[in-house]
Design a protein around this ligand. Structure first.
Ligand SMILES: [Fe+2]
Length: 254
């Protein structure tokens, strides 16, 4: 398996605290059957700034350490960049980078807001042949309550990445159901762990894929697994169905 969203780089955000924990996370990933991880430390979120050059340096260091310790997991450079008005300039300057230097960019929204310029930014990124992937949209309270807004962002050119723990039910049944619904509505193109540690935010990626396979069918599971490979190969991500949100009845909005 390939995991496109992890906080495995040690000591630079709220993920792995030190090198020993980073190695243990990689070992846990290997045991689960994950052979490639994209390290996506937080960037430009007001608390953490991890420019591309620094991420690449830390990825090289970690890969050497993993090789020395016999851990058969490859780490690639990326970022989880918080949406901000300077993003295009930072991208131009090399501070913001794509996932494994592909055209795909992991974009984080605030937890309870979708900034008014989001759609315009998606449009601008697409003009520059960049494809934003919205990190865990199910954990954004606006998108969770109004999936039609997520459908709109996907129609504008973004993609969507669900978190394995949301799919597995760790954040509650409602969020789990939402994720499974979204799989069938063209509102999910990736699943990844967003792993931060070995405790409550470990990987759980295989479990999430299996659960999607059981609940949504093998075709959907294969589609999501294959999309992570397509991303690394810089291929286009196809759609199984057009993004289409069922509007929630007002009394079910939470
Ligand atoms: Fe993350």
């Amino acid at each position: 398996m390939i995991d496109i969203h992890t906080h495995i780089l040690p000591g630079i955000d709220d993920g792995a605290a030190d090198e020993a924990l980073a190695v243990q996370m990689a070992q846990a990933a290997q045991q689960e059957g994950i052979h490639t991880l994209i390290a996506t430390p937080h960037h430009a979120n007001g608390k953490y700034s991890n420019p591309g050059m620094h991420v690449r340096h830390d990825v090289d260091t970690l890969n050497r350490l993993l090789e020395a310790q016999g851990v058969a997991v490859k780490v690639l450079a990326g970022q989880e960049v918080r949406i901000n008005r300077e993003l295009l300039d930072d991208l131009q300057a090399g501070g913001t980078i794509g996932l494994h230097d592909t055209q795909y960019l992991l974009l984080e929204l605030p937890t309870s807001d979708v900034p008014s310029y989001t759609e315009e930014l998606i449009h601008e990124l697409r003009i520059q042949h960049r494809i934003p992937i919205i990190a865990h949209p199910e954990r954004n309270s606006v998108l969770a309550a109004h999936p039609d807004k997520l459908a709109h962002l996907i129609e504008a050119g973004a993609l969507s990445q669900l978190t394995s723990h949301s799919v597995n039910g760790a954040f509650g049944r409602k969020l789990q159901k939402l994720c499974l619904d979204w799989c069938g509505q063209g509102l999910a193109q990736f699943v990844s762990s967003d792993a931060h540690n070995l405790g409550n935010r470990a990987f759980g990626l295989g479990q999430a894929y299996s659960l999607i396979g059981r609940e949504c069918g093998r075709t959907m599971e294969e589609y999501l697994r294959d999309n992570a490979e397509r991303l690394l190969e810089r291929e286009e991500i196809p759609f199984l169905s057009a993004p289409q949100a069922r509007r929630k009845q007002w009394w079910k909005v939470w």
